[in-house]
Design a binder for this molecule. Structure first.
Ligand SMILES: Nc1ncnc2c1ncn2[C@@H]1O[C@H](COP(=O)(O)OP(=O)(O)OP(=O)(O)O)[C@@H](O)[C@H]1O
Ligand SMILES: [Mg+2]
Length: 377
């Protein structure tokens, strides 16, 4: 029933009706796929890359002629696991009933895979048990050559692509580039969030993926659009939310998609029919209280200098010049050299991210709720 199901979902993709905007980005991804351009999709974490890929695939699936395959390689640690993931994803996308699926299974048999079935979902999983890296390379080449020759266009999204930079096999990028470059019927979306690493993979002229893709950077959804979206979702479920409450939600969650969704999800869950600013503020307060335990644990992971720096960044929201006298003096946090070291540590721990806006490079606390909690300290 509409009234019971929480429409502000916090994971997965739940159809275009519960997905806010991203029209331009979706159009661009579709156009790239149709025009033979591979895309690199970048953003900070939890901004909506995976959602956007699913949303794009949902639109593409309605048009004929493009088959979409999604792979998340976050859990893979080497070329072997990457190859297994690709094989499994293709097998799932083209089940054995499908003529392509039948042919694919035939091809796989040449590579002598172990095919098992997930006991919960009953979906197949492929695992190659080769001894030499070369054998994985051959099977990868074989799989992509197979996809290329099926007389269809395939859109293949590889999510968390930055993972390949951690594989022990040094030549993974060169290998993939060699395999991917000549393909005409398989279009790629490489998506990832470790911006520094992905930028390096794609923009460093010494690295093989250089200049081979179009980069799409995902920012926040426009405030007006998110406000209209939230209002519509509530009103379709016979609930009213006041304008100042909507303003507050989008500002407080910085329009960082996941955090905006969490706040809305909570407010929806209260069952309130006429939502005021005060009620929203109370919910946000409770939310921070509930997470306090986790926030204190962060403090245990950091030196006191790093903690103070994190707090100072939270209070400023965005810090463009962390080494400036003004910032250091205002928050009384050591020397420029300390700050630099502290920033590196916070970036490495993904407690802080680095981004660009019209005023140049800036630093911000990654977890929006942690930032809201810290700024009160
Ligand atoms: N356009 C949207 N409208 C509504 N909800 C969205 C939208 N985009 C993403 N979400 C929601 O926001 C959350 C984060 O999205 P998603 O997982 O796609 O981000 P991500 O960039 O892939 O994150 P990560 O880098 O951690 O993988 C999810 O709960 C998702 O359901
Ligand atoms: Mg994701």
């Amino acid at each position: 029933m509409l009234t019971e199901f929480n429409p502000f979902q916090l994971s997965g993709y739940h159809g275009p009706d519960l997905f806010c905007n991203r029209k331009q980005e979706t159009r661009k991804l579709i156009s790239n796929i149709k025009n033979g351009v591979n895309t690199t999709l970048l953003s900070i974490r939890r901004m909506g890359k995976t959602g956007l890929i699913y949303h794009t695939f949902n639109s593409l699936n309605k048009m004929s002629g493009v088959h979409c395959v999604y792979i998340d390689i976050y859990a893979t640690q080497n070329l072997k696991e990457f190859t297994n993931q690709i094989g499994t994803a293709v097998l799932k996308a083209f089940p054995e009933k499908h003529s392509i699926g039948k042919k694919f299974l035939q091809l796989l048999k040449n590579f002598r895979p172990v095919i098992s079935f997930d006991p919960l979902t009953n979906l197949p999983e492929v695992s190659f048990d080769f001894v030499q890296t070369k054998q994985y390379e051959n099977s990868l080449t074989g799989i992509f050559a197979f996809l290329e020759n099926q007389g269809i266009t395939i859109a293949l999204a590889i999510d968390e692509f930055q993972q390949i930079a951690d594989y022990p096999e040094r030549n993974t990028e060169a290998l993939l580039r060699g395999i991917i470059q000549p393909l005409k019927n398989v279009r790629f979306i490489f998506s990832g969030s470790s911006k520094h690493m992905l930028n390096d993979i794609f923009s460093n002229s010494k690295r093989p993926f250089f200049a081979s893709t179009h980069t799409l950077t995902l920012g926040t959804i426009k405030k007006e659009d998110y406000v209209l979206f939230i209002e519509r979702i509530f009103s379709e479920r016979k609930r009213k939310i006041r304008t100042d409450a909507l303003e507050f939600i989008t500002d407080w969650s910085r329009l960082h998609t996941y955090y905006t969704q969490v706040v809305c999800n909570r407010i929806f869950a209260t069952g309130l029919r006429d939502i005021t600013l005060h009620q929203v503020q109370m919910e946000c307060n409770d939310l921070l209280k509930e997470q306090e335990g986790v926030f204190f644990q962060y403090r245990n992971l950091l030196t006191s200098g790093q903690w103070e720096l994190l707090k100072a960044i939270a209070k400023e929201d965005k810090v463009h010049h962390p080494s400036s006298k003004e910032f250091i003096g205002k928050h009384n946090i050591g020397t420029p050299a300390n700050i630099q070291r502290g920033l590196e540590a916070l970036l490495n721990k993904e407690l802080v991210y680095r981004e660009h806006d019209q005023n140049g490079r800036y630093y911000s606390v990654y977890d929006c709720f942690l930032a809201r909690w810290l700024e009160r300290k």
